[in-house]
Design a protein around this ligand. Structure first.
Ligand SMILES: [Zn+2]
Length: 208
């Protein structure tokens, strides 16, 4: 069985954590678009040079160029047996550009808005490696990360900013889910509970 998984969910759903868990369990790469773009720039490939030019001119990478980067990444040997794609595509335009591969499962981790706000309100992010911790678990601003960096509160983790991102998810991502539902690959998972509980629900739905 090949698992080509897209993992979606609103901010604060814990999908990044679950993507890492699934990646290890299935021995396939966990991919996120932001990192793919940075990797491609660092590699200096043709499309990487294109991305670099777009970003340096202060523009956003178009859905077509992002799709080009993703297609190149999925053709690499380690992704031949599957992948866990974290948070992409996230709207109908990106969905329309994602023509070169077919996911076997699109897992949506569902959490109510109050839960996202509660989780993200206490979120601290490592300024070096991007790892997250929560003040609800006793972490404090300035704490050291295992990588040697420090945990900080991001400017975009204010309640207003979080609400704006959740609105974008409701308006842009939710309508796209219907497309995957029509294809019979959509899997909805309740995201309320511990990382371990959500992990078990996902494994159960995937029958792994
Ligand atoms: Zn770190």
């Amino acid at each position: 069985m090949t698992y080509k998984i897209i993992l979606l969910g609103p901010q604060g759903s814990g999908k990044g954590t679950q993507a890492q868990i699934l990646s290890k369990k299935l021995n396939v790469p966990a991919l996120a678009m932001g990192q793919l773009l940075r990797d491609e720039v660092a590699a200096g490939s043709d499309v990487g040079l294109k991305v670099d030019g777009i970003l340096k001119s202060g523009n956003l990478v178009s859905d077509e160029v992002a799709a080009e980067v993703l297609q190149a990444r999925l053709s690499r040997p380690d992704a031949v047996n599957g992948y866990v794609l974290d948070g992409y595509p996230r709207n109908l335009k990106q969905y329309a550009a994602f023509t070169f591969d077919a996911p076997t499962h699109v897992i949506v981790i569902e959490v109510p808005r109050e839960e996202s706000l509660r989780r993200l309100g206490g979120r601290l992010t490592c300024s070096s490696c991007g790892a997250v911790a929560s003040t609800k678990d006793g972490a404090k601003e300035g704490d050291a990360c295992a990588c040697g960096g420090k945990f900080v509160r991001r400017d975009d983790d204010t309640e207003a900013a979080i609400n704006r991102r959740l609105d974008i998810y409701d308006n842009d991502t939710t309508p796209m889910l219907g497309k995957f539902e029509e294809k019979g690959v959509l899997v909805r998972v309740d995201g309320v509970g511990s990382v371990e509980e959500v992990r078990e629900r996902i494994m159960e739905k995937l029958a792994i």
